[in-house]
Design a protein. Structure first.
Length: 958
């Protein structure tokens, strides 16, 4: 053991000399800068005032450096002003900058060792030297890697040390660090808090990233052990080393996001700088809102890691040792101004705040001088400094002339009301008080009498206290406990670790303000986790709970097939699609109209589907029907407005209105078909579909039948055919429509309207009208007969002169209608498994039937009425040469026919003629009625006027 100690001592001393030589060439930072306050008993202080970067001491560290230095100075002021603590004695300090670097920190720590090894005989010189030789302990340092190194050094020289921030579990080993204590708890407690946090959110599969070194290695090792106890599996185990570059970090992010994509939760035991580098790599990968970070106090509430990485850090849960802000320190700190000379680094910090100093880039360029020249120029100065044992203290030069800040300017004016006290100020405060309490006990033990009495021997007391063994003094410290001036209880366990609890913070974007900030959401104390608020997860919402599992939980009754390598990974075997799981033992088929729930635990009543009005299957037919209704309404208004014009009178107004009403009924059917099926809507479907077709085709059949009968009669007789008047036509149409209604009534009697539920596929129920397919086909049979007969009449009357009738347009209407229904029927029955397509097909077919009638029979009239009004006049039909020829063919005689206008129908749409056929001297007279789209052009024609038509030569005379 003795040789081991000697070897360690030799290695440390050798390391110190090597570091000194290297730093002479690599650094231009003034290593002799200290913050010094004189006192009877001195305490050392180690703080990361500067960060470590391109050079060892890079930029100022405002929170962990300046604030913590000022916290120690503030605490010493408070102790020295307290007459009840260390009466008659004062505490001083020498504070050094570790520059966040282990090599530099070791060099600075050796100064305390030199000071602490001074003998009592040197007390006479302590006011003559810049470095007092009565250092009884050291407060610090911050980073665990630095603390471990300097703690090994202090152990060799029996110098007690109390850290305010180092939490690595390694430091709890009293055999390796017998003189180390800390006011913060060990990372073992933090690891327990993090593992409990992961388990509480049911994250069973997580990845981990740690910083290489004592802090990350020991902390993550403790987390792995706790996670294993709680059944949490570890996916990736990544490490960030000191020489890890951007490419290595990108590879780490790639492994986390692709190789272990199911582990969305990533646990970090990394230092602040490594955390930022990792988030930078996540930003480069474009993985916004992908990971859920669970971070140790290396991240805590610091702003450095999230700088430019707010979106990548969104939703993170960070751990921070719970500490109460010291209000008196906040007031003290914010009152500081440019005249603060006892902190030699404050000037640099102040200049950064008011932006009157050279940029860090220019400073680095200015410092990059030739190493040899620099070393030679500084060598004489270093020799002088070492010889005189003097170091730079609080005196500083005035600010550069470019700085025009007011002498009355204070930090309060610059930082404003948003200033936040650094998280570990309380622990710096308690560490200084722990030394003061130990010294107070030691004073009582070694220095009897009243310290305020004139005869009290201060010199003798100091000699005893300074010569008291460091190991014994350390035991006094860790065995003491007290409540500080702000109500915080301070004590140490048998390992010198502090007691404490952890706060859980959520770094996220505020949904109301849009700002990113840390929000307290829970705490951990006494092994118990308490969540006081719902975190905001990546994505910006608290309800979208992230999942981090290797395998999804099996449904109820599914069998887990565990992965041999990972206990958190398995495969599942499920029951049938229509079965639920009972007691994890067997599957049970759900009854009709029920289906297993998503978790397969229960059978739930299925939703009844019918055509959704928000889908295109409903939107298209409804839009089509709405347009059809509007157009039909417009046609009706036109017919009413122009009812006395020759063109409208020639069409047979009464039957036209019946046809248009049928179109309206057909267009309305779409709304009934798409509505939720019920007894009422099903009844309307049966009535309206047949009624609409009957109204359209019954009136059309009546019209075509009338035309055919007129021209058939003209061949045989001069008598006027019966039932061709408007009333007769309406009566015939009404009878045909009434027959359709009678058939519907009979259908109601045999098969009353109702609804039914069809399971067209497993787990999908459709609510339909309870109408058999055959019944629906039979109900359409009557309409099909009307269509077929109508089509036959259209074919029969196709040779009639177009000026006398609409046979050409009627024929086209019926041909198109037949094509529509021939295409519809197969499609309707082929889509029976898809109710939406089936209903949409039926709606479109009905709409098309009505639209064909509108387009073919009514649009040509609208064209003449609105665009060619000059054709809407009275005209003698027989002047048309084509009409003459066709009429001659009907008469079938090549002779002169005397045609006399015998009478007109009341609507001026029919013409009664008398013809005389020459048979020698005998003349037989016949009467016929011709349908004409206009009236004779000669207004003088009366019942006695006669026209002689010579068909043989195709000319006419009057």
């Amino acid at each position: 053991m003795k040789y081991k100690v000697m070897l360690i001592t030799f290695m440390i001393v050798l390391w110190f000399h090597l570091v000194t030589i290297i730093n002479c060439f690599q650094r231009k930072y003034d290593k002799h800068t200290v913050a010094s306050i004189p006192g009877d008993i001195m305490l050392g202080g180690l703080f990361p005032v500067h960060t470590s970067g391109v050079t060892t001491c890079e930029s100022i560290n405002p929170e962990r450096g300046i604030q913590r230095v000022e916290a120690m100075l503030f605490t010493l002021d408070e102790i020295n002003n307290n007459t009840n603590l260390l009466p008659g004695l004062t505490l001083g300090t020498t504070i050094r900058d570790t520059c966040s670097d282990t090599n530099h920190a070791l060099e600075q720590a050796l100064k305390f060792v030199q000071a602490s090894t001074g003998s009592s005989s040197q007390l006479n010189k302590m006011n003559e030297q810049s470095e007092n030789l009565n250092t009884r302990g050291v407060v610090g340092s911050s980073y665990s890697s630095v603390t471990i190194l300097v703690a090994n050094l202090f152990r060799l020289f029996s110098l007690p040390q109390i850290s305010y921030a180092s939490t690595t579990a390694v430091l709890s080993d009293k055999r390796a660090f017998p003189l180390f204590a800390r006011t913060v708890p060990s990372d073992v407690v933090q690891a327990q808090a993090m593992a409990t946090l992961v388990s509480a959110h049911n994250w069973t599969y997580v990845s981990t990233v740690r910083s290489a070194g004592d802090y990350g290695d020991s902390g993550m090792d403790a987390f792995w052990k706790e996670a294993d106890k709680l059944g949490v599996c570890i996916a990736a185990r990544e490490v960030i080393r000191g020489n890890t570059g951007p490419e290595d970090l990108d590879n780490i992010v790639n492994v986390l996001s692709k190789d272990f994509a199911k582990a969305r939760v990533v646990v970090l035991f990394t230092g602040m700088d490594h955390t930022k580098l990792l988030l930078d790599a996540v930003r480069r990968a474009g993985l916004v809102n992908h990971f859920v970070w669970i971070a140790s106090d290396g991240w805590g509430r610091e702003n450095v890691p999230v700088s430019n990485n707010s979106r990548e850090a969104n939703g993170a849960l960070t751990i921070e040792i719970q500490a109460e802000p010291i209000k008196a320190f906040t007031d003290y700190y914010l009152s500081l101004g440019r005249e603060n000379h006892r902190n030699p680094w404050f000037r640099e910090y102040w200049q950064d705040l008011i932006q009157c100093r050279e940029s860090s880039t220019k400073r680095r360029e200015r410092k990059s001088t030739n190493s040899k020249r620099y070393f030679m120029s500084k060598l004489s100065k270093n020799e002088t400094n070492l010889e005189n044992s003097h170091e730079i203290s609080g005196e500083t030069s005035s600010l550069p002339s470019s700085c025009s800040d007011s002498p009355d300017l204070r930090l309060r004016d610059i930082l404003g009301p948003d200033f936040k006290q650094e998280a570990k100020i309380q622990f710096v405060y308690d560490a200084v008080y722990a030394f003061a309490s130990g010294l107070h006990i030691l004073q009582k033990k070694l220095c009897p009498g009243n310290p305020l009495h004139p005869k009290w021997n201060k010199r003798d007391c100091l000699e005893k206290m300074l010569s008291y063994p460091g190991t014994a003094f350390y035991q006094l410290i860790i065995n003491t406990s007290f409540t500080d001036n702000y109500g915080n209880y301070v004590a140490f366990d048998e390992n010198g670790d502090g007691y404490g609890q952890y706060s859980i913070y959520n770094y996220a974007r505020d949904p109301y303000t849009g700002q990113y900030h840390y929000r307290l959401v829970g705490d951990f104390q006494g092994g118990k986790l308490t969540m006081r608020a719902r975190p905001i997860w990546p994505g910006g919402e608290s309800k979208n709970f992230p999942v981090s599992q290797c395998s999804e939980e099996c449904g109820f009754g599914e069998v887990r097939r565990l992965d041999k390598k990972q206990q958190c990974c398995w495969s599942c075997e499920t029951c049938g699609v229509d079965q639920r799981v009972v007691n994890l033992t067997h599957c049970e088929t759900c009854p009709f109209q029920h289906w297993p729930s998503k978790d397969k635990r229960t059978c739930e009543l299925l939703e009844l589907h019918y055509i959704d009005i928000s889908t295109w299957f409903a939107i298209v037919p409804i839009t089509f029907s709405s347009l059809g209704i509007l157009i039909t309404g417009g046609v009706i208004l036109t017919w009413v407005f122009y009812s006395d014009t020759p063109l409208i009178r020639a069409t047979g107004r009464e039957l036209a209105y019946v046809q248009l009403a049928g179109c309206l009924v057909c267009y309305s059917c779409a709304f009934i078909l798409i509505a939720r099926p019920s007894v009422f809507t099903c009844s309307l479907q049966r009535i309206l579909i047949g009624l609409g077709f009957a109204m359209m085709y019954a009136s059309l059949l009546t019209k075509t039948n009338r035309i055919a009968r007129i021209f058939d009669a003209a061949k045989r007789t001069t008598k006027r055919p019966v039932y061709i008047s408007p009333r007769s036509q309406l009566a015939i149409s009404g009878s045909l429509i009434a027959l359709q209604l009678s058939l519907s009534a009979i259908w109601f009697g045999f098969d009353s309207p109702d609804t039914r539920i069809d399971e067209i596929r497993p787990g999908y129920l459709v609510l339909r009208c309870a109408m058999k397919d055959k019944s629906f086909l039979i109900s359409l049979a009557y309409n099909m007969i009307l269509i077929i007969v109508c089509t036959a009449y259209a074919v029969k009357t196709r040779q009639i002169p177009e000026n006398f009738n609409e046979s050409k347009f009627i024929g086209f209407t019926m041909y198109t209608t037949c094509i529509i229904w021939l295409a519809f029927l197969p499609m309707y029955y082929a889509t029976i498994s898809n109710h939406q397509i089936q209903i949409a097909t039926l709606c479109i077919s009905i709409n098309l039937s009505a639209s064909v009638m509108l387009c073919c029979l009514f649009f040509p009239k609208l064209y003449i009425i609105y665009l060619r009004p000059e054709k809407n006049v009275r005209r003698l039909t027989m002047n048309n040469m084509t009409a003459k020829q066709k009429f001659a063919n009907l008469v079938k005689e090549k002779s002169s026919i005397n045609v006399c206008v015998s009478s007109y129908a009341s609507d001026n749409t029919s013409l009664t003629v008398s013809s005389s056929t020459k048979t020698g001297l005998q003349t037989d007279s016949d009467k016929g009625i011709l349908t004409s789209p206009g009236n004779p052009t000669q207004s003088t024609v009366t019942s006695s006027n006669c026209l002689k038509l010579d068909f043989e030569f195709g000319s006419s005379t009057s």
